[in-house]
Design a protein around this ligand. Structure first.
Ligand code: AMP
Length: 192
């Protein structure tokens, strides 16, 4: 089973993906995590994308499609893949469809976690405050300025994917505003 978790930053995609990894042996493919790892390890690509990420803009399709291609070609997901934060553009969505087809696989569900902007801002700024309180470093892009850019990128570039997957018959929209457990239960119902 291969699924996409769709939704704006702070909708809970990462949290729900983690739960599916634990409960269903699925593999989480988060392009955000991969890009942050590239930055930490100081690769050329990591250096190239750092500024773009900190501003809250999208890195190029070519880079993220390359990252996903590499993971899919390596394989190893027993329970299937959870695409978290990918695709974020129509070009990425087309590329994902083509990559899965090449591997003889398909997409089972695109699950939208629907939330409203005010909650997102509260959640994301709360995430930054929690990290600092725990003595960790907050994500460089979890600040109000980047958040505005990230939300705008979501509405301009990513939200058209909702129509795209609806037209393909793959879309399920869930209320992402419930508790983590409630959202997890809704997802479990969709996946069966
Ligand atoms: P995330 O952890 O998913 O919120 O991603 C953090 C940042 O990484 C985003 O704001 C983008 O700069 C970059 N990024 C992650 N995934 C993608 C993607 N699929 N396409 C373009 N940029 C991405």
């Amino acid at each position: 089973m291969n699924i996409i978790l769709l939704g704006p930053p702070g909708a809970g995609k990462g949290t729900q993906a983690q739960r599916l990894v634990e409960s269903r042996d699925m593999m989480q493919l988060s392009t955000g995590d991969m890009l942050r790892a590239a930055r930490t390890s100081g690769t050329e690509m990591g250096k190239m994308v750092a500024g773009v990420m900190d501003r809250g803009e999208l890195v190029t399709d070519e880079i993220v499609i390359g990252l996903i291609r590499e993971k899919l070609e390596t394989g190893g997901a027993k329970g299937g893949y959870i695409f978290d934060g990918f695709p974020r553009t129509l070009a990425q969505a087309d590329a994902l469809g083509a990559l899965l087809a090449e591997l003889g696989q398909n997409l089972d569900y695109a699950i939208e976690l629907a939330v409203n902007d005010e909650i997102l801002v509260t959640r994301i700024l709360g995430r930054a405050a929690d990290a600092i309180a725990a003595g960790e470093t907050a994500r460089a892009d979890d600040n109000e300025e980047s958040l505005k850019t990230r939300l705008m990128a979501y509405y301009k570039q990513t939200s058209p994917l909702i129509g795209y997957y609806h037209a393909k018959g793959d879309l399920t929209s869930l209320n992402g505003l419930g508790t983590m457990d409630a959202v997890a239960a809704d997802i479990a119902r969709v996946l069966g």
